[in-house]
Design a protein. Structure first.
Length: 185
């Protein structure tokens, strides 16, 4: 949208590549077949994780949270701020070792399969989360204000002094009389 302003262009901590590399190495060690792949992972994994991190892009705009990632398959998501129900921060022991955290984003109407988005390694994750929540409150508040304004304007079109209410009451009484007459027949 042309009227959308970028509020925060998120940056990602390069240490997340080390976390991904270590996680992949642990997975290789755990699986018997993976032990054979461990040397290849250690050689090529660093290149792959750096390139994957370079593909990350996340922007908070005035109305949406836009995120894209991927090397071979590019995945883009636009999450309207008024649909966000929860933003969580996760930091396991290995993540703490590297000084990174993961931000999870959940939305209204989302199935029970977990978070819609998980942003690993976002810098200033807590500040970013707080900024997204504050912007969401502004968006949701402004929509509620508009709905309330529409409701007020509808209420003002029906004036009790104008006799419209008494006409409606008379019509309802006639309907009620006809229903009572039909029941007695």
């Amino acid at each position: 949208m042309a009227d959308e302003k970028i509020i925060w262009d998120a940056e990602f901590n390069p240490a997340v590549t080390h976390y991904w590399l270590l996680s992949g190495a642990i997975l290789c060690v755990i699986t018997i077949f993976g032990i054979v792949l461990l040397p290849f992972w250690l050689v090529f994994g660093s290149l792959v994780t750096r390139r994957y991190l370079a593909s990350y892009d996340c922007k908070l705009t005035s109305r949406n949270l836009k995120f894209s990632k991927g090397i071979l398959t590019r995945r883009e998501k636009t999450v309207p701020l008024d649909r966000i129900t929860d933003l969580g921060l996760t930091q396991g022991p290995i993540m703490r070792l590297f000084g990174i955290e993961a931000l999870t984003i959940e939305t209204a109407g989302q199935s029970a399969q977990g978070a819609l988005l998980q942003l690993s390694g976002i810098r200033d994750g807590r500040q970013f989360r707080d900024k997204v929540l504050a912007q969401r409150d502004l968006v949701v508040g402004s929509e509620e204000d508009r709905k309330g304004h529409r409701l007020e304007s509808q209420e003002t079109t029906l004036k009790p002094d104008s006799g419209e209410l008494s006409e409606i009451l008379e019509v309802l009484k006639r309907i009620e009389q006809r229903l009572a007459a039909n029941r007695s027949e």
